[in-house]
Design a protein around this ligand. Structure first.
Ligand SMILES: O=C(O)CCC(=O)C(=O)O
Ligand SMILES: [Fe+2]
Length: 275
């Protein structure tokens, strides 16, 4: 039986992999460089084209258009515009493989080479000053995601301070988690106040991504910057690791099933054979 406390055997991991694995375990998140920049640009351009179509706004520069979404879309219309873009993107066959390739190597090192991927990639937009579409402090595991999942979070514009998301690094998350029961029934704002001195606001530029375990407390606040935030997030897990309420075939789909597993899954012992 594998015990999670056992250290890695460095004889089996490349030095670079070992560094990534240890950093990720230490903090519970990692900012990484996107592996396929042209894939990222394809996604950014497709999103910008959709926004341009929805709002009748021509554009030249993708970042410029997305950053000033607050001038183009009212808070009242934001969710329907977001859903239109989300649906249009998730209808594209190239979208999920392209998204996966932004983070293929980090996923292979941190999660595995037989992966299940969330079927629909989320889009989040935080307009400056808008507090109608916030995700207050939470861990996704509190609401039915498995602890074996990671989130790949990709900014479509440069994200910093309150335009970004906050996360509680692993050690501090463990500390604060000991007191979590005290907040039961209270406003999540009180929980945020308690963890606020320890949270990190992640600075991520276009061309970078975040991979994190959603067992950590994280979320966002009202965007106090003067640019809109655009980001995507998608969960990945090792295909054969435990699932919670987000099931394989419904929420997740296998993307890199290997031959030996496929053979094993379809094998039946010859008839009449007992062992
Ligand atoms: O984008 C954010 O601010 C929060 C994202 C989040 O909660 C998640 O991806 O699980
Ligand atoms: Fe979350």
């Amino acid at each position: 039986m594998l015990r999670a406390t056992e250290r890695y055997d460095s004889d089996f991991l490349e030095r670079e992999e070992l560094r990534l694995v240890e950093d990720f375990e230490e903090r519970g998140y990692q900012i990484f460089d996107i592996e396929d920049r042209s894939g990222l640009e394809r996604i950014r351009r497709a999103v910008a084209n959709q926004l341009s179509k929805e709002t009748g706004t021509p554009f030249e520069d993708i970042s410029e258009l997305l950053n000033r979404a607050g001038d183009l879309v009212s808070v009242a219309d934001l969710n329907s515009v977001r859903l239109a873009i989300f649906n249009a993107m998730n209808r594209e066959k190239w979208f999920r493989p392209t998204y996966y390739k932004l983070a293929r190597r980090v996923l292979a090192t941190l999660v595995g080479n037989e992966l299940a991927m969330q079927r629909r990639i989320n889009l989040s937009i935080q307009l400056p000053g808008d507090d109608s579409s916030l995700l207050p402090v939470h861990s996704d595991v509190w609401s039915g995601d498995s602890a074996f999942e990671v989130v790949v979070w990709i900014p479509l514009v440069d994200c910093y301070r309150t335009k970004s998301m906050f996360i509680l690094p692993r050690k501090l998350n463990d500390e604060h988690s000991k007191h979590l029961a005290e907040f039961r029934g209270k406003d999540t704002e009180e929980l945020f106040r308690a963890i606020e001195p320890d949270v990190e606001w992640l600075t991520v530029s276009v061309g970078q991504g975040i991979i994190f375990t959603h067992t950590l407390m994280h979320g966002n606040r009202r965007n106090e910057e003067d640019e809109a935030r655009w980001s995507m997030n998608c969960r990945f897990k090792s295909l054969l690791s435990p699932y919670d309420t987000k099931r394989l075939g419904e929420f997740f789909e296998p993307i890199t099933l290997r031959a030996a597993t496929r053979l094993g899954m379809t094998y039946t012992l010859p008839e009449g054979f007992e062992r």
